[in-house]
Design a protein. Structure first.
Length: 114
């Protein structure tokens, strides 16, 4: 059973959307002067809550429950909350949350057949 060792840390972005939004940001840089920032965020929740979201999204794709164990966190070497403040709309980047979950499940299904 997969476990989460740091379920209390709060983090935020789905990696596919992070990549698409960073690419769009970089493409705009040459046209802008001065210091430009983009602090993108999507899911602002604990790693434990995200693991539960992930398991819930994978279960219907993988044909069964995806149990997880949220361990008692004993490591606190990072900030408890590390999030960004600029909200994202995946549609602005041609990104679909449903398609992202489908692709993620496909990755695991392909590995299970090896």
């Amino acid at each position: 059973m997969p476990s989460v060792r740091t379920p209390l840390y709060v983090r935020d972005v789905h990696v596919d959307l992070l990549g698409a939004s960073c690419e769009a940001f970089v493409k705009k840089l040459p046209a802008q002067n001065g210091v430009v920032r983009f602090n993108l965020g999507l899911y602002v929740e604990s790693q434990g809550a995200f693991a539960a979201r992930f398991a819930g999204e994978m279960a219907p794709h993988l044909g069964g429950a995806c149990p997880i164990a949220l361990l008692q966190q004993s490591e606190f070497g990072e900030p408890m909350v590390r999030i960004n403040t600029d909200g994202l709309d995946g549609l602005d980047f041609g990104w679909s949350e449903a398609a992202a979950w489908d692709a993620e499940a496909g990755f695991y299904q392909a590995r299970a057949r090896i």
